[in-house]
Design a binder for this molecule. Structure first.
Ligand code: HEM
Length: 454
């Protein structure tokens, strides 16, 4: 069966375009070939890109047995390992999801409210008035503190501190489009010594693994039934045969939560801080709303504020931190919006292009939170966290964290942008982050008149 039309030319050239200038590449493909189109990259099967909500609905609501995703997520294997939820398919995937989803929802999630506010407060308090805070760096520190505590529990200490530094260093290794090429081109993954990019990655990963295995060993030696953190939960879990997770499985799942659970949130928060400070009317309206919750405000009340919610939604719409959901690989013949696809075809819902459809989002390049107050979007029109059986397990947690961090920062301090020029997204491994990291000057403490986050 013939795949829909798409860009032609040497695959290496198309790969470079897709990795180095992905937004321009996608916009150009959508303009030339419409929806869907087929993309062809080096060392990867062709994949069919969709941005029509009806197609996305058909993919997300299909029987989960119809598609695999994990086996196409090989770019994550070097960091996360073979047993990561992200690389699993079928029953093993469904079982691990059932285990890992509840801690990031409902009351379990809300129990982290105070911790999130405290982490935001702690990180910004370390800066002096007049100092420049690079939003990306500060937000990464906040979100890494939060996810480490959620995963490992309340124990502060040298091991967590070392893990925090090593994880940040590991991810800094992919902090530019050129450095990101190594993630996508396996031929570049060569250990040429401690100073080579891949050699450095491998050595950092080894140190992280040692710390994680030491933590697991200590927990086994000193079991504590009262612990409620996610590692304890994973160590207590048994499969149908009554078997616990192996140490390697535990390690891979911990790395997945630690990495997936903070990079994305940190970049989204940096974008939110950019928009709020680039647009005084957004800033003022948000502050007015925050003041309405008054001295009794608790994290749940903050999380329900409609304009704060709209600001976070619009942030995730305009520049989503991942441009695509995971690929869906058809395991049987499948028909999407009348197009027939053979087993083995790679289908790719495109978050970025869907979020930029002018029929859904007029003036799609404008930051306009009001659109989320004026109408409700379906999960196939608005999909920053993907959907179906692969939908992000951290969706509720990430939004909760974004709202509480923004509320804490804006109600405690005043910031101003160092540079008012427009900012573009920059590739950072598989995710996108604001170019330059959004430097902000910390201007003053805001008197905590009516608003305290308790
Ligand atoms: C703003 C923050 C975040 C964004 C934009 C985001 C986005 C996504 C997207 C688009 C997917 C793929 C979904 C699909 O293919 O349908 C995903 C999967 C995933 N996310 Fe997130 N994520 C965020 C935060 C988090 C957090 C906080 C965690 C950890 C608690 C997390 C853990 C995961 C995991 C484990 C998966 C794989 C799910 C599976 O394969 O079944 N993410 N995320």
């Amino acid at each position: 069966m013939k795949l829909p039309d798409g860009p032609k030319g040497p695959k290496l050239f198309l790969t470079l375009q897709g990795v180095l200038w992905p937004l321009e590449f996608l916009e150009d493909c959508a303009r030339r070939y419409g929806d869907p189109f087929t993309s062809r990259f080096a060392s990867f099967p062709p994949f069919v890109v969709f941005s029509n909500p009806q197609a996305i609905q058909e993919i997300f609501t299909a029987d989960p047995k119809l598609f695999d995703s994990g086996r196409s997520n090989t770019v994550f294997r070097p960091s996360l390992g073979d047993n990561s939820l992200i690389l699993l398919d079928g029953d093993r995937h469904a079982r691990q999801r059932r285990l890992l989803t509840p801690p990031f929802h409902g009351d379990r999630m809300r129990a982290y409210g105070q911790l999130i506010c405290d982490a935001a407060e702690k990180v910004i308090s370390d800066y002096s008035i007049g100092e420049t805070v690079v939003a990306r760096t500060a937000m990464q520190e906040i979100s890494l503190r939060v996810i480490l505590r959620a995963v490992f529990g309340l124990d502060e200490g040298p091991r967590l501190e070392q893990l925090r530094q090593l994880l940040s260093a590991l991810l800094e290794g992919f902090n530019s489009p050129l450095k990101s090429l190594i993630v996508f081109v396996p031929a570049l993954q060569q250990d040429l010594g401690a100073w080579s990019p891949w050699g450095q990655f491998l050595r950092r990963r080894q140190k992280i693994d040692q710390l994680i295995y030491a933590e697991i060993e200590q927990r086994r030696a000193e079991p504590d039934a009262a612990r409620e953190d996610i590692l304890s939960l994973m160590m207590a879990a048994r499969d149908e045969a009554g078997q616990p997770m192996t140490d390697v499985e535990l390690r891979d799942e911990l790395m997945t939560l630690l990495i997936a659970g903070h990079e994305t949130t940190a970049s989204s928060l940096s974008w939110a801080l950019y928009w709020v400070h680039a647009m005084p009317e957004v800033h003022d309206r948000l502050l007015q709303e925050l003041e309405t919750v008054g001295p009794e405000a608790d994290p749940s009340a903050i999380a329900r504020l409609p304009y704060l919610n709209a600001v976070c939604q619009e942030t995730l719409r305009l520049y989503p931190v991942v441009l695509f959901t995971f690929l869906r690989i058809a395991k049987a013949p499948v028909k999407i919006m009348g197009h027939e696809f053979e087993p083995g075809t790679y289908l790719s819902p495109c978050i970025y292009l869907t979020h930029h459809r002018p029929d859904l989002y007029p003036e799609p390049n404008q930051f306009r939170p009001e659109r989320f107050l004026e109408r409700q979007f379906s999960p196939y029109e608005y999909l920053p966290f993907g959907g179906g059986n692969r939908r992000c397990i951290g969706m509720a947690f990430a939004q909760y964290e974004m709202k509480l961090v923004l509320a804490t920062l804006l109600s405690r301090w005043q910031f101003s942008l160092v540079d008012h020029r427009p900012v573009r997204p920059l590739r950072r491994g598989a995710t996108f982050t604001p170019q330059g990291g959004i430097p902000l000057v910390l201007q003053s403490d805001r008197p905590l008149n009516s608003l305290t986050v308790v």
